[in-house]
Design a binder for this molecule. Structure first.
Ligand SMILES: C[S@@+](CC[C@H](N)C(=O)[O-])C[C@H]1O[C@@H](n2cnc3c(N)ncnc32)[C@H](O)[C@@H]1O
Length: 248
C-alpha cells in the first residue's frame, strides 16, 4: 500500500489537472452559481469563499462578480491558482477544521470536493464549518457528482489529453468498500519525449443523497437541489449530478 500525505495528493496530477478537465463547461457552472446566488441569497454582501478551490477554475470565472478568497489543502494546486490569478487571494486551509474567523455571503465547494469527507461525521463537521462561516441569508453551493444513487461498480474510466506537448491517459476503476471509494488514478504520460507512469491515490466518501439532505437540515440549512447546473429541480430517477444550494 502506497502511503500518500495530503501534500503528495495531487502532486503530479496538479500539473495536468486543467488539461484533463478542459472540456468541462465551466461557463455553464459559473452562470448557474451566479443565478442561484441571485435567487437564494438574502445577505447583502458579495464575499465568496471558493473552498477546495483547486487550480482556481471557478474563481477565474467568478472574480468579476464576487470578492473571492480561494482556499485549498494542497500547495501544488494553490501554486497553480496563484500563478493563473494574481488578483485573487488564495490560502491553505482544510475544510474539515476551517476556522477563518470571518463570514462570507457565498461558499462554493465544487467538483466533488465534498467527497473528500470520508465519513458522515466528517461531512457534517465540514457542513457545520461552512454554516459558521456564512452570514445569515448566505448560500452554500456544492455538487455531489459521486453518490450512492448514481454509483456504478467496476466502471472503468479513461480520460485522455493529446496535444503537441503532452500525451496522457488517466485510468481508474470504481470500487466501493464500506462507503469509501479508494480511487487509484493511473497516469501514463509522454511529455517532452519522456514517458512517465504514476499513481495518484484519492480516498473519497460516497454518500446517500438523503443522508446529505438530513445533515444539511440538522445543521440548520434550508435546501434546494438542482439538476446538473440546470435550473430544474433534481430528480432522483434522472441519474443527473445533484447541485445543492443551501441557505443559512
Ligand atoms: C476535484 S478537485 C476540485 C477543485 C476545484 N473545486 C475545481 O472545481 O476544479 C478537489 C480539490 O479538493 C481539495 N481538497 C481535498 N481535501 C480537502 C480538504 N480537506 N480541505 C480543503 N481542500 C481539500 C484538493 O486539494 C483538490 O484541489
Amino acid at each position: 500500500m502506497i502511503y500518500m500525505t495530503k501534500q503528495q495528493l495531487y502532486r503530479k496530477y496538479a500539473h495536468y489537472y486543467d488539461l484533463i478537465y478542459e472540456k468541462m463547461d465551466l461557463e455553464k457552472e459559473s452562470d448557474f452559481i451566479k443565478w442561484a446566488v441571485l435567487k437564494h441569497k438574502t445577505s447583502t454582501g458579495n464575499e465568496l469563499l471558493d473552498m477546495a478551490c483547486g487550480t482556481g477554475r471557478h474563481s477565474s470565472m467568478l472574480k468579476d462578480s464576487f470578492e473571492i478568497l480561494g482556499a485549498d489543502i494542497n500547495q501544488d494546486m494553490l501554486k497553480i491558482a496563484r500563478e493563473k490569478l494574481s488578483d485573487v487571494e488564495f490560502i491553505e486551509a482544510d475544510m474539515k477544521d476551517l476556522d477563518l474567523k470571518r463570514e462570507f455571503d457565498v461558499i462554493i465547494c465544487m467538483f466533488s470536493a465534498m467527497n473528500y469527507n470520508h465519513t458522515r461525521e466528517e461531512f457534517e463537521k465540514t457542513i457545520e464549518n461552512f454554516y459558521n462561516h456564512l452570514h445569515a441569508g448566505g448560500v452554500l453551493i456544492f455538487d455531489l457528482g459521486i453518490n450512492q444513487e448514481n454509483w456504478i461498480e467496476g466502471l472503468v474510466s479513461v480520460d485522455t489529453v493529446i496535444n503537441d506537448e503532452v500525451k496522457l491517459a488517466r485510468i481508474c476503476q470504481s470500487h466501493l468498500e464500506n462507503g469509501i471509494f479508494n480511487a487509484n488514478f493511473v497516469f501514463l504520460v509522454k511529455e517532452n519525449g519522456k514517458l512517465d507512469f504514476d499513481i495518484d491515490q484519492h480516498k473519497l466518501g460516497v454518500f446517500h443523497i438523503e443522508e446529505v439532505i438530513n445533515s444539511l437540515i440538522k445543521i440548520g440549512f434550508q435546501n434546494f437541489i438542482y439538476s446538473d447546473f440546470n435550473k430544474d429541480e433534481w430528480n432522483i430517477l434522472s441519474g443527473e449530478r445533484p447541485i445543492f444550494v443551501a441557505v443559512k
